[in-house]
Design a protein around this ligand. Structure first.
Ligand code: PGA
Length: 249
């Protein structure tokens, strides 16, 4: 059975002290949650090792990693460094990385492979921009993000990969995909995984929805049979909203 997951992407928010408070609050509430979902928080790099000491049931994620294992890459953080700070998951290919930092599918594929070989579990993001949806290119865009981003992965690699479908027009805009739009794309992605790998991988891979997910809309989004949870931005910065989303599963 595939896992249900809710991951909080804090982006470039919170100073260390606030981040530590938020992590503590999430950990406390996670203990009383009434859902089986795995709960992940992805704070900024600078907070990771401190926050690792504060959480037990909540899993630790990072928001990005380098495509290189070590060396003269000023400002980069390698998957090995993340592992050594106690990180288990890493978000790769978030639309903000793709658009503001020009990360394309090829370099993201390198990151995914390096993360996996280092023992991290990638949360690989895909999703179309508004123009691509309106011109009917949404399926082609998502197909190439997956075909190139997950190229050369083995069946056993795929056991550690989580997919996040995040329509870019819904991220941080308050404009949420309808439950039908989310389910349609999730079902397409699952079919694609079946073709790229096999039916078991398609069945067992968790596919999360992301984009303006909040306590008031989470339950209907998560009701889709191929929607296995969410990648949450803004609403993950408030522990009670975040846990309300977890409880909506
Ligand atoms: P949002 O962000 O929930 O603030 O729309 C989601 C994301 O970017 O992962």
């Amino acid at each position: 059975m595939r896992k249900q997951i809710v991951a909080g992407n804090w982006k470039m928010n919170t100073l260390l002290k606030d981040g530590m408070e938020l992590a503590k609050a999430v950990e406390k509430m996670e203990k009383d949650k009434h859902s089986e979902a795995i709960v992940i928080i992805a704070p900024p790099f600078t907070h990771l090792s401190k926050i690792k000491e504060l959480i037990e049931s909540v899993k630790l994620g990072a928001q990005n990693c380098s495509s290189e294992p070590s060396g003269a890459f000023t400002g980069e953080v390698s998957p090995g460094m993340l592992r050594s700070a106690g990180v288990e998951y890493v978000i790769i290919g978030h639309s903000e990385r793709r658009s503001y930092f020009s990360e394309g599918n090829e370099v993201l594929n390198k990151k995914v492979k390096l993360a996996l070989s280092t023992g991290l579990k990638p949360i690989y993001c895909c999703g179309e921009v508004l123009g691509e949806r309106e011109s009917g290119q949404l399926y082609d865009v998502v197909r190439s993000q997956l075909e190139i981003g997950l190229k050369d992965l083995t069946l056993s690699d795929m056991a550690d990969v989580v997919i996040a479908y995040e329509p870019v027009w819904a991220i941080g805009t308050g404009k949420v995909a309808t439950p039908d739009q989310a389910q349609e794309m999730h079902s397409f992605i699952r079919g694609l995984l079946g073709g790229m790998f096999n039916a078991e991988v398609a069945r067992n891979t968790s596919i999360l929805y992301g984009g303006s997910c909040k306590p008031s809309n989470a339950a209907e989004l998560f009701a889709g049979k191929d929607v296995d949870g969410g990648l949450i931005g803004g609403a993950s910065l408030k522990a009670d909203d975040f846990i309300a989303i977890v409880n909506a599963i």
